[in-house]
Design a protein around this ligand. Structure first.
Ligand code: ZN
Ligand code: ZN
Ligand code: FE
Length: 764
């Protein structure tokens, strides 16, 4: 060491997502380059660096560390202390983790990095064309882990012994694959094959698979977190065949494109869109479609396409071989969870796929593709799964971080949430739990996360609806663990979720919460879904909202929009028979409503959307999935002129007893338009504007009343971009701060996060 320089010795404690992401070799390289001596190791709190050397070199090192962290890492804090060892080492080395439980270490799966893509496309590279190439900057993580600590033996890579060349990469701190647990090559790693009804096809599986796709066949492809069903997205007959066989008649299908350039041929791609598409999370991004070659059946009635880029080497190689955009939809039969094992896929998808692109790396955890879109200047998730789960979300300021809490989520679009010292982990989207396989997958997923994060709960948060599967499961869990059971109100949880998503502090003043969704149980025992609340994390009070209107037929009303139209017209004092827009047995339905037979009331915004869509003849008889009618209305309004809204009046819950049928003027105006032959697009636009200004005006009035400056928007209806934009604009114009979802979905996928925050808040 230079005698002139100032010698410094210190330890740096690095917190954040710093394990399993190539952090130690990165530190090693920086330390070597700076001529420093010392050690780096993983421990329960993150990464610990011991450093000694020249003061200037050390400062440079620290700056580089902050500015050039590895792609998948996230530094939350670096704390510096003095280092006083017995003896200074004469070099810098990576030290093995001390035994003991690591508190961190499970990171999300990451899309193939540019270096690995270069490896598989360079003919002289030994990983040329190898579909399971990865490194510390990319590859499978959550989808292959069985237990912590994260090392190869704890993953689906355990059966594959590294060849000498791979072992050398793995041992070399200067190599990108240093300690890359899923490291593999064609000689030692997982293998790919193509399997037809008559057994394995004896050909290059990628080339043969690509040929089949080009010929209009359907392929089941084993991916990262589950099987996909794929076909040529430009072949209408193939897409229709896929829909028929899968019995998925309505929902839009996602598309995987070859690269960004191909995405630009199909859709408008902004800079922010491109950034989201090519991020390590590689989500499905909703983009405005151009006039293009995509088969119409891919996304009916939609102005958007769900596009993603290849995110595994297998995808890259396949998309290059067939060159085309592919439909890539989750490999399941209608409502069952996505298949993850080869046997499961054969059984579940055998009647759908013409062949299987299989491999022998097991998928341990089912992780669906994430979905989001760029809106209001930010990328916002609509389904949080691959690439995002299980990255922890920060505790908002003021929350205790040492409580062990599990939140169970909702019955539909479920995800669960749990606390960790690093933040709140929201499990990957589990979907609708209304069939036994989905319910089992939910329980298994939760059990795995409890194991990975070592959470025995002291508190379990559930929805107050007693019949939801997660509610009963959560009650049992609380009983078995002798934990406190906290029942949270559905719409309060929605608002708490968006508050937490925006980092709103625990002791922040109450906000005006607008919660618009399908259905949720209110504290008065009736169904809610179109509410204005005064809320903070601890409590919520309903102050205004949509009137309660019958759901004739109960659950059937959620599937058959015409029932809601009849009920709404009846509630507004209008004669549904004279409206000339009902397709079913109107008289019978009116009797059910008047006698209160299987016709519970609900103040649901979702059902109001359904009723209005039925008036316009959109999916009046039946919807294929919740929200289909609303999506059709939004798409329709997109081409309508900027009209005045219909007059929507809300119920004032402070004097609800004397409220007149407040939607009567609204329905009269709509019926008048319809009778006058107004264009459906114009009517759809007037509907959106009317609803948006009613809720915005109410929120403004309530904010004035209590002196609030913030309005929080949540609930599945806020997946509607038009309604959200209109409301955000109106509220901002009044000088109010508006909180919207970004990291967790506005729909019930974000509910567990809100439930958990309520649980923490009320116990503090
Ligand atoms: Zn890589
Ligand atoms: Zn190898
Ligand atoms: Fe909801």
């Amino acid at each position: 060491m230079d005698a002139q320089s100032t010698f410094i010795a210190c330890t740096l404690r690095v917190r954040g997502l710093v394990q399993g992401v190539g952090f130690r070799p990165h530190v090693w390289k920086l330390a070597k380059a700076a001529g420093l001596v010392g050690t780096v190791r993983n421990d329960a709190q993150g990464v610990l660096i011991e450093l000694a050397g020249d003061a200037v070199a050390l400062a440079t090192f620290e700056q580089d560390l902050r500015q050039h962290a590895p792609a998948l890492s996230r530094i939350d804090a670096i704390e510096r202390q003095v280092w006083l060892p017995d003896r200074f080492p004469d070099a810098f080395s990576i030290v093995e983790s001390k035994a003991g439980k690591a508190a961190t270490g499970v990171v999300p799966d990451a899309a193939t990095c540019p270096d690995c893509l270069a490896d598989i496309t360079e003919p002289t590279n030994r990983r040329y064309g190898y579909p399971f190439t990865n490194c510390t900057h990319c590859g499978p993580r959550l989808t292959i882990i069985r237990q912590v600590p994260y090392d190869r033996a704890s993953t689906a890579m355990a059966p594959f012994t590294m060849c000498p060349a791979c072992a050398a990469d793995y041992e070399d701190p200067a190599d990108r694959r240093f300690h890359a647990q899923p490291n593999a090559c064609p000689d030692c790693g997982p293998q790919l094959w193509l399997e037809g009804p008559e057994g394995n096809v004896d050909a290059d599986p990628l080339a043969a698979g690509a040929d089949m796709l080009r010929a209009g066949r359907i392929l089941a492809i084993k991916g990262l977190g589950g099987f996909h069903l794929a076909c040529d997205a430009t072949n209408e007959a193939a897409v229709q065949r896929l829909r028929t066989r899968k019995r998925r008649n309505a929902k839009p299908l996602a598309i995987m494109v070859r690269d960004l350039a191909q995405a630009r041929q199909l859709c408008e791609v902004s800079e922010q869109d491109a950034e989201a598409l090519s991020s390590p999370q590689a989500p499905i991004v909703l983009l405005t479609s151009k006039a293009c070659t995509i088969a119409p059946s891919v996304a009916l009635e939609q102005r958007h396409l769900g596009i993603m880029l290849p995110y595994t080497p297998l995808h890259h190689l396949l998309l290059r071989a067939c060159d085309g955009p592919l439909v890539m939809t989750s490999g399941n039969k209608s409502d069952e969870p996505q298949a993850i094992s080869n046997d499961d896929a054969r059984a579940q998808l055998g009647g759908i796929a013409d062949a299987f692109l299989m491999h022998d790396r097991e998928i341990v955890n089912r992780v669906d593709d994430s979905v989001g879109r760029v809106e209001q200047g930010a990328f916002r998730l609509m389904r949080r799964a691959r690439g995002f789960a299980p990255a922890p979300l920060a505790y908002p300021a003021g929350f205790a971080t040492d409580k062990r809490v599990i939140a169970m989520g909702s019955a539909l679009k479920n995800s669960f949430a749990l606390t960790t010292p690093d933040g709140i982990v929201v499990g990957p989207h589990c979907g609708d739990l209304d069939n036994p396989q989905a319910a089992r997958a939910y329980r298994e997923g939760l059990a795995l996360f409890q194991r990975l994060y070592d959470v025995t709960p002291e508190m379990v948060c559930v929805d107050s609806h007693p019949d939801y599967f997660p509610t009963t499961t959560g009650s049992n869990l609380a009983r078995d663990a002798d934990a406190l059971l906290v029942r949270t109100n559905h719409h309060h949880a929605h608002i708490a979720s968006v508050l937490g998503d925006a980092g709103y502090r625990l002791d922040g003043p109450p906000v005006i919460g607008v919660a618009l969704d399908g259905l949720g149980l209110g504290p008065d025992g009736t169904l809610w879904g179109g509410e204005v609340l005064v809320a903070d994390y601890r409590s919520a009070e309903r102050v205004a909202g949509l009137p309660s209107v019958a759901l004739p037929g109960g659950e059937r009303a959620s599937r058959e929009p015409w029932r809601n139209l009849i009920a709404h017209l009846h509630a507004a004092g209008l004669d549904p028979l004279h409206a000339g827009c009902a397709s079913g047995p109107t008289g019978l339905l009116v009797q059910m409503i008047e006698r209160g037979l299987n016709a519970p009331g609900a103040s649901s915004a979702g059902r109001l959307f359904d009723a209005f869509a039925a008036l316009l003849g959109r999916h009046a008889d039946r919807v294929g999935f919740e929200g289909q009618a609303a999506m059709a209305l939004e798409a329709l309004a997109g081409s309508g002129p900027a009209e005045n809204g219909y007059p929507v009046a809300l119920v004032d819950h402070a004097c609800a007893d004397t409220a007149p049928p407040c939607l009567a003027p609204f329905w009269r105006a709509a019926l008048h338009d319809k009778a006058a032959g107004a264009a459906p697009s114009r009517m759809a636009m007037r509907f959106h504007r009317g609803l948006a200004s009613a809720f915005a005006d109410e929120a403004v009035a309530q904010a004035k009343r209590i002196g609030a400056s913030t309005v929080a928007l949540s609930g599945g209806v806020f997946q509607n971009m038009l309604l959200k934009r209109l409301m955000v604009e109106a509220l901002r114009a009044q000088g109010l701060q508006v909180l919207c979802h970004r990291q967790v979905p506005a729909n019930d996928g974000g509910l567990a996060f809100g439930q958990l925050l309520i649980g923490l808040a009320v116990s503090q």
